[in-house]
Each structure stands twice: as structure tokens, then as C-alpha cells.
Design a protein around this ligand. Structure first.
Ligand SMILES: Nc1ccn([C@@H]2O[C@H](COP(=O)(O)OP(=O)(O)OP(=O)(O)O)[C@@H](O)[C@H]2O)c(=O)n1
Ligand SMILES: C[C@](O)(CO)[C@H](O)COP(=O)(O)O
Length: 247
């Protein structure tokens, strides 16, 4: 029996570092499709994905469910209320993963530039190792800075930048959250690491950027048409890259 994956797309942040027309960044149009839609479409048509939830701030629920109702219905996506911190939002999504789900993938709604290859890679690594994330090795020199002055150069060998999807056996992620206490992690891997469980990291791409600032959005606009065509799951391939109105 092949493993079943549930997907949690946290999209309940305040976008405080983003400024485009004051709209929350997951809802902003990126070359014809909202950022969150571009992020989720790499999951909803996978045969190994049995459940997808998008986590939305309660203040955005009415706007979101009205604007994207056709997409939500077509892709059978459940909308869940977010929380004050990213980890709270993910925990709310986790509560909607049923007994049929073996693994949970958490992917930032603010990371629209995925490819099927990278999702396949991290799903396979998690299925083999119980916990795996995408990441990229650090390629620039890293400095620790205080008040605009360099305090030290941080050795970059063995340093990676964590990305998403972050994928875990469901009971392992639940155990990590059960033991969270008041700890505020910036990613789910941190919670699992605290259990002493090895989390594997597989290489993604610098193109799998998180849209945090207006500059990131400009980079995403420049990159979105340069992802490999085979990046879309096959079942989406018949759709032209123009907005189909459903995605
Ligand atoms: N309480 C929160 C905070 C963040 N997120 C989501 O987690 C992802 C990564 O977070 P980030 O890029 O930091 O988004 P924001 O928190 O909105 O950004 P900012 O810190 O600039 O407000 C985003 O898709 C964001 O919507 C969430 O679901 N719930
Ligand atoms: C999960 C993450 O994308 C890994 O790099 C990152 O930690 C999210 O941080 P944010 O401040 O919530 O965007």
C-alpha cells in the first residue's frame, strides 16, 4: 500500500515585510495566477496526496473563500484558520490530517516557484527517512552583524538555507508539536530536531524562493516563466500556461 501525503499550506501571515498594494502576498497575482495557487498546484494532482489544507488568517477568510471558491472546490482544498505564529498555523492544519495520512508536507504559500522534480525528491527522502526538507547550500560568505558592523565571519562549510516543502511522518510531526511547549520555531524541522530525530535535507534550488519582500516578488516575476516546462505535474500539463481561470 503506497504512503499517503497530506499537504499544509500556511498562508496566514501578515506580509509585514511585503508592500505590494497592501494585499497579503499569497493572494497577489503572479503572472496570471495568485502566489498561493502556484504553490499548491504542485501538490493537488499528485496521486500520493490525499488531503490539502490552506491555512488562512480569519480576517482574510471571507475575501479568500469568495475570490478563490472555484479553485478551492475544483482542487478539493479545505480552508483552516491560522494562528498568531507560523507554527500555530501549521498546528491548526495538522489537526485536519486524518488517520489515512501517513506523511505531512508543509509548504510556504509564499514559495510559488516549485517544480515536480523537487517535490518528488523531498517526498521520496521523507518516505525513506521519516523526515526531510528541501534546502540549498550557502554559497556566499556569511557575516554576523550587530548595529551595521561585522562581528564575525561565520564559516559557511556545511551551512544550508532551509526551504519548504518540509515533510515528516505524521505521528513524528505531531509528537514534535506535542513537545513544543512555548517554543517558537521558524520551521517544522527545528521542532523535530529537538526530539533528537535526524532530519534529512535534499537539494532544492535558489529558484524556490520565498516571496517575503517586494524585491522577492520582482525576482519571482522574472523567474516564473523560466521554470522547466516539465515542472508542472503531468495532469496539469494540458492547461496552457495562461490563466485557466481555475488555477
Ligand atoms: N502566523 C503565520 C505566519 C506566517 N504564515 C505563513 O508562513 C509562510 C512563511 O511566512 P513569512 O514568509 O514570514 O510570511 P509572513 O509572516 O506573512 O511575513 P512577515 O514576517 O513579513 O509578516 C507564509 O506563507 C505565511 O503566510 C502563517 O501561515 N501564519
Ligand atoms: C520555513 C522557512 O521557509 C524555511 O526557511 C522559513 O523559516 C519561514 O520563515 P518565515 O519568517 O515564517 O517566512
Amino acid at each position: 500500500m503506497s504512503s499517503k501525503f497530506g499537504v499544509i499550506l500556511p498562508a496566514a501571515g501578515k506580509s509585514s515585510r511585503f508592500s505590494k498594494n497592501q494585499r497579503k502576498k499569497p493572494f497577489v497575482d503572479l503572472k496570471g495566477r495568485a502566489i498561493w495557487l502556484r504553490a499548491v498546484e504542485h501538490f493537488v494532482n499528485r496521486n500520493d496526496v490525499a488531503k490539502t489544507v490552506v491555512v488562512i488568517s480569519p480576517e482574510d477568510r471571507e475575501y479568500f473563500t469568495t475570490k478563490f471558491q472555484p479553485n478551492l472546490a475544483f482542487m478539493d482544498i479545505e480552508v483552516v484558520d491560522g494562528g498568531a505564529e507560523r507554527a500555530d498555523s501549521v498546528l491548526n492544519g495538522l489537526a485536519h490530517m486524518g488517520d489515512d495520512i501517513d506523511f505531512v508536507a508543509v509548504h510556504d504559500a509564499a514559495r510559488p516557484l516549485l517544480t515536480k522534480k523537487w517535490v518528488d525528491r523531498v517526498f521520496a527522502a521523507a518516505a525513506e527517512n521519516d523526515a526531510a526538507i528541501l534546502g540549498i547550500p550557502v554559497t556566499s560568505t556569511m557575516k554576523r552583524v550587530n548595529n551595521g558592523r561585522i562581528e564575525e565571519t561565520v564559516p559557511r562549510d556545511q551551512m544550508w538555507l532551509a526551504q519548504t516543502p518540509q515533510v515528516f511522518r505524521k505521528d513524528l510531526l505531531q509528537k514534535a508539536y506535542d513537545q513544543r511547549g512555548d517554543f517558537q520555531p521558524t520551521d517544522e524541522a527545528q521542532l523535530v530536531e529537538r526530539l533528537g530525530v535526524p532530519v534529512h535535507i535534499v537539494e532544492g534550488s535558489a529558484m524556490n524562493l520565498k516571496v517575503t519582500t517586494a524585491d522577492d516578488f520582482s525576482m519571482a516575476e522574472a523567474l516564473v516563466d523560466h521554470l522547466p516546462k516539465e515542472s508542472l505535474p503531468k495532469t496539469l500539463h494540458p492547461f496552457s500556461d495562461e490563466p485557466s481561470g481555475l488555477f
